[in-house]
Design a protein around this ligand. Structure first.
Ligand SMILES: Cc1cc2nc3c(=O)[nH]c(=O)nc-3n(C[C@H](O)[C@H](O)[C@H](O)COP(=O)(O)O)c2cc1C
Length: 178
């Protein structure tokens, strides 16, 4: 089972979650962990599972204007100028029968109040033909600029384990059916 994780991150919180997800998925097969700044449509070649994560900005995925507001404080060079996952998702090829899921980081408040980028990421993935293997998930920061809440890295690893197990089962079932 081959997994690709694409993440966007200004201050490193979403990147830290992406690393935890990657570390866990490695027990199911090879994993490519790629910043959206380096991703191309061909990054996805051969992937059985695509996981896309980004920070929540103004209730959804970042936009050029929201990223620009972090230009003075970005921890990941180039993140403020982008592209972000919103722009990258517009470039990916349509697929059939591939699995995906999404995650975001956001403030630790009710979703109806603060939004969640993973909703839009999930919709874009489905629009491109991906099937969601588990619902999108949010991981939270304790304040607008972080840090991640205690335990979120472990929760991300546990979530990734469910994702990996489900995809492995589905691939096995598909192989048996052929
Ligand atoms: C311009 C901007 C807008 C934000 N808007 C929201 C928001 O609407 N809801 C929310 O929960 N968090 C919001 N946040 C907080 C980020 O989602 C949070 O800091 C996130 O963990 C950052 O992840 P990163 O370090 O990977 O960029 C915003 C942050 C920025 C910079």
């Amino acid at each position: 089972m081959q997994s690709v994780i694409i993440y966007e991150s200004m201050w490193g919180h979403t990147a830290a979650i992406a690393r935890a997800v990657a570390g866990q998925l490695e027990q199911y097969g090879p994993v490519k962990l790629v910043s959206v700044l380096d991703a191309t449509p061909s990054t996805l070649d051969g992937a059985d599972l695509l996981v896309v994560g980004g920070p929540t900005h103004v209730h959804g995925m970042s936009r050029p204007s929201t990223r620009a507001s972090t230009a003075e404080t970005e921890a990941i060079p180039g993140a403020a100028t982008g592209p972000g996952v919103r722009e990258w998702l517009d470039t990916i090829p349509h697929v059939k029968g591939r699995w995906a899921t999404a995650f975001d980081t956001r403030i630790d408040k009710p979703r109806w109040l603060v939004g969640a980028a993973s909703g839009g990421i999930g919709r874009a993935l489905r629009k491109h033909g991906y099937r969601m293997v588990v619902p999108a998930e949010s991981f939270v920061v304790t304040d607008s600029e972080g840090p991640l809440k205690a335990g979120e890295i472990q929760r991300a690893a546990a979530w990734a384990d469910v994702v990996g197990r489900r995809v492995a089962e589905k691939l096995e079932a598909r192989a048996l059916a052929h």
